[in-house]
Each structure stands twice: as C-alpha cells, then as structure tokens.
Write a protein that binds this ligand. Sequence first.
Ligand code: UDP
Ligand code: MG
Length: 317
Amino acid sequence: MLGIDLSVIIPVYNEEKNLPIIYDRLLKVVAGLGVSYEFIFINDGSLDDSFTIIKSLSKANPNVRYIDFSRNFGHQVAVTAGLDTCQGNATVIIDADLQDPPELIIDLYQKMKEGFNVVYARRRIRKGESFLKKVTAMVFYRIMDKITTVRIPIDTGDFRIIDRKIINTLKMMPEQQKYLRGQIAWAGFKQTFVEYDRDERLQGTTGYTYSKMLRFAFDGITSFSNFPLKFATLTGFIVSGISFVLILFALYERIILHNTVRGWTSLILVILFLGGIQLLSIGIIGEYIGRISANIRNRPLYVVNETNITELNNKQL
Ligand code: UDP
Ligand code: MG
C-alpha cells in the first residue's frame, strides 16, 4: 500500500535562506527516527529563489518532492496540496521559517506511536513576534473557543503530526476556505499535544500580512460557527423591542401631549443606531454568502505549474 512512514509537508513563500537549513535539520530528524520519508515542498508563488533551491534539493535526493503553484494561493491551500498528495502513514505539517523546531518531530512521532491520531504542538511562548500579532492571536483564539461548537485547541498553529485516518478525513472536506486546525479538531479520533517554545523566524519576513490574517480569522469563524448570524438575529430582536417601546412613546407624545417639535437628538441617535445595526447585519450575512458563492463556483483550490509528483502530473494533464 502506501509504504512510506513519514511525510513532511513544508509550505514555502519566500524562504530561500531558510530552505537549506530546514532541509538539513529535517534530514537529521528522519535519520534519527530511522523511518522512510518524503519531504513535500510546496512553493506558494515565491518571488525569490526558493523554487530553484527546492529543485536542486530534489535532484540530490529523490525523497524530496515539490509542487510549484502558478501563483500565491496562501499557506492553508499550500498545506492542503501537500495533504492531497502525501504518501506517508503519518504526516507532519511544519513551517519553513524554522519557527517550528524540526527536532520536535521526534517527540510528535513518538507520542503518536503511543496510540494517538493527532499530536499537535502547543506553543508555550512565542518569540520575536510583534506585540500586536500576539495580542490579536490571543484574542482571536479565545473568541473562537467561545463561539465554536467544535473544540479547537488554543495556542496551536498547524505544526502537528496526523495519521492516515485524519489525512483521509481531510481529503473528504473540499471546502474552499481552509481552516485546517478546525477541520482536524472536527475530525475527532484521539488527539493530544506536546508543548514547545516557538522560536523567532530565522531569516526573512512573515508572509502572513495583517490582511491575510484577518481573512484567515474570518474563514475560521464562518467555517466553524454560526454565532455571527445568531448575533445579527438577536440584536435584530432586541432593537425591534426597543423600537416598539419608542414607537409607543412617540405616539403618546404626539397624541396625548401634542409635543412634537423637539427631539432632534433622539431622532438622529435612532437613525444612526439602526443604520449601524443594519449594515453590520448585512455585512455578516455577506461574509457567509461570499463564502457560499466561492464554494458553488467549484474552482480547483490551487493551480500547479510544475511538480515531480507523478500522480499530480497525471491529474493536471
Ligand atoms: N506561507 C505560504 N504562503 C503564504 C504565506 C506563508 O506558504 O502566503 C508559508 C511560509 O513560507 C511559512 C509558513 O507558511 O513556511 C508560515 O508563514 P509565516 O512564517 O510567514 O507566518 P507567521 O509564522 O508569521 O504567522
Ligand atoms: Mg513564521
């Protein structure tokens, strides 16, 4: 059947300086474990020399596979391409910038052998990231935890090991908005974690701009929670209730007290408040509708320019 013990999926976006280093460290890890392996590098539209380096690694080592995207499709999609094609009985997802220490794979692998389907790496501390990034991440994970029905582990990225059962489950989830850590939590089975200290990025700059992070956060929320929709409904009800009382009050002023000229302030407040609530609610609905339409278009998640994975080559032809 599949035959390889361990696949390692490495999404790459402008990581030319980090690639040789992560490759060496990964090689040591798999040698230490004594497993058969493949490394799958997904070049997600890098603007630097990353792809040239990946190709030369693959020439020197037949266990290095690569997928070169036609443009930048984003980190989650890059990882998904790796998951679609990996052959391993277990698969590790790891960042190329060495923020996730490759040596931790040994712990992940051994923990999995104790009988777990997922072992994720939970960050104890995060080094070298901006204050704003840490705070937004912290707030986001806590909000997610409150509003989702699936328990998605807090303070984890995608650095983890998953086994074949999980990989096969993920392959059955074709949604366009990938929030892999949510999908993996949703899949169930036996999941556990090991803790680690997240390092600084070794070289280069983050590929996750704030706008990408915001989209990612919205994808996570809309894929795993209907809370924003319920929120819109609930505020709708509450505001309607208040409005009804105000209507009675207005009629009372007009009919009983004949007192109608004053009231500019209250009028403007009501207009602004209602306008705000309406726009917010339409916006929330719009976020969901946008995602529905993206899924209905049924486009492929990514387009491959070049790969040395036979199965994928055949599919593209
Ligand atoms: N990455 C990617 N596509 C992107 C952005 C990032 O494949 O559009 C890769 C990147 O090369 C790295 C991983 O995803 O291996 C995590 O990205 P990054 O380190 O930039 O994010 P951060 O750690 O700052 O959240
Ligand atoms: Mg990083």
